[in-house]
Design a protein around this ligand. Structure first.
Ligand code: UTP
Length: 293
């Protein structure tokens, strides 16, 4: 049986962003900019580059700015259209509204990532789908979403994007029981969310991306609250890993955690250094300032 094509993606963006307060008091963390583009636009662009056509963003109260960002802006467009020097920026602004078919649904209570993904059941139906966490920006030539879709197409099994994390950090993420199949591809047969010291399977953690099969929805419905009292996607995926198996892909690309302060600064500095408009000036500035510190 050949695997179905992955056409749909879900971006969970209904977290409270408590690690980045007060910036995220009124502003969704997914809208925090990396130089000149909000984090969630990088994520939507990654999905589109991987061939995704329909995207469901899971939002909640106070995240209306995300909807506005992917909408048209007639007054702004009219103003830009009147100035030939602004042609490029006009094209960019209009292009954002045409990136993909973007839909929104609200997670009415913040009950965890697993619960958020459960809200996508009607939208997904009986298809495999990609999940791109709304606060994980991953920059690289080969979109991680595409790397996982290729793994799914090869095996028909769910696929997760993983990286090894330092032992002292693994308790903040998940830990996977894996066996290497070849190169950067592993078979995952179990996983645990936020392991206590000694509970780790390995240093491999899921970082921000997966491709899931629709059987996950029944599992989520039967998943009780786990770490932090939240319904954890990892607990639901652990069931699939133990019964069917999951492919883990040690992906290529640099991941920035836009849900924490250091991650936001790293993303901004690294992207600014390569930015076509300000890269050179910024590099000079950083050297000057580094010499003074
Ligand atoms: P996080 O745990 O990083 O998000 O969830 P958070 O709850 O905003 O983090 P804190 O408060 O700073 O610790 C990972 C992803 O899951 C989404 C988040 O938006 C993020 O993209 N999420 C989390 C939901 O959509 N709903 C939830 O109930 C929890």
């Amino acid at each position: 049986m050949s695997a179905k094509r992955v056409r749909k993606a879900v971006i969970p963006a209904a977290g409270l962003g408590t690690r980045v307060l007060p910036a995220t008091k009124a502003m969704p963390k997914e809208m925090l900019p990396i130089v000149d583009k909000p984090a969630i636009q990088y994520i939507v662009e990654e999905a589109v580059r991987a061939g995704i056509e329909d995207i469901l963003i899971i939002s909640n109260r106070g995240k209306g700015l995300i909807e506005d960002h992917f909408d048209r802006t007639p007054e702004l467009e009219e103003r830009l259209a009147g100035n030939p020097a602004k042609k490029q920026v006009l094209d960019e602004v209009v292009g954002i509204a045409n990136l993909a078919n973007i839909y929104f649904i609200r997670q009415k209570e913040t009950k965890g990532l697993g619960h958020a993904i459960g809200r996508a059941r009607e939208f997904i139906g009986d298809e495999p789908f990609a999940v791109l966490y709304g606060d994980d920006v991953i920059i690289g030539d080969d979109p991680v979403c595409a790397q996982l879709i290729r793994a799914y197409e090869e095996t028909g099994k769910a696929a997760v994007g993983v990286k090894e994390v330092p032992l002292e950090d693994v308790s903040k993420y998940s830990s996977l029981k894996v066996e290497n199949i070849r190169d950067n591809i592993y078979e995952c047969t179990d996983m645990i969310e936020k392991p206590a010291s000694g509970e780790e399977f390995s240093l491999f953690s899921i970082l921000g991306r997966c491709v899931l099969t629709p059987d996950i929805f029944d599992v989520i419905e039967h998943t009780p609250p786990g770490a932090g009292g939240e319904i954890q996607l990892t607990d639901a995926m652990a069931h699939i890993a133990r019964t069917v198996g999951i492919t883990a892909v040690d992906f290529t690309g640099t991941r920035y955690d836009m849900g924490n302060k250091l991650g936001i600064m790293q993303a901004n500095i690294e992207v600014a250094l390569k930015h076509p408009e300000i890269g050179e000036d910024f590099r000079r500035y950083l050297k000057e300032i580094a010499a003074k510190i």
